[in-house]
Design a protein around this ligand. Structure first.
Ligand SMILES: [Zn+2]
Length: 174
């Protein structure tokens, strides 16, 4: 596959626009224009906002542009761009939520493995670098490799609503 394909998917237009905006105006630190903050303010978890779990400091959201079914984002409720900006309480809850996200994905999808990670900064592949978030997603032996996955070429066999239902049911209680 050529490098062209890497950026030829659904993200291209948005990335280009956002990158140009950042070059001229700097990183967008305005929480009012942040899609994650808008969702964080949309109330308790529901099939409408696709929030799977919400805690005191953080929440877990289905990625609207998944690399695989069951792909979630774990992120602080507060609009901060870097891991270093998280308080100890936020860090601890983000990590606990990541552990539960792994358990929920394992319970709902029985994958062969999982990817857990963060793209810190636009250059590292973050679509929304101003609000730090961790990706957690299931992987199967023989599925597309990660680079193919992030090009947005994978066919999604289920809707986000079905994924939300599965993960909510599989979310560890207590
Ligand atoms: Zn935000």
């Amino acid at each position: 596959m050529s490098l062209d394909n890497l950026w030829a998917g659904w993200r291209h237009e948005y990335i280009q626009e956002a990158t140009e905006r950042e070059r001229t105006a700097g990183l967008d630190n305005d929480a009012t224009s942040c899609v994650f903050c808008r969702i964080a303010g949309s109330g308790p978890p529901s099939i409408d906002n696709l929030v799977v779990w919400r805690g005191e400091w953080s929440f877990v959201l289905l990625n609207a542009y998944p690399y695989a079914s069951g792909h979630v984002l774990v992120l602080p409720l507060r609009h901060v761009g870097g891991l270093g900006a998280l308080t100890a309480l936020e860090s601890a809850e983000v990590w606990a939520a990541s552990q539960n996200a792994v358990a929920a994905i394992e319970g709902a999808y029985d994958p062969d493995g999982l990817n857990l990670g963060a793209n810190l900064g636009r250059a590292a592949g973050a679509g929304i670098p101003s609000h730090v978030h961790l990706h957690v997603l299931p992987r199967w032996s023989g599925d597309t490799n990660f680079m193919t996955s992030i090009a947005g070429t994978r066919v999604m066999p289920e809707t986000l609503q079905v994924a939300w239902q599965k993960l909510t049911e599989a979310w560890p209680s207590g």
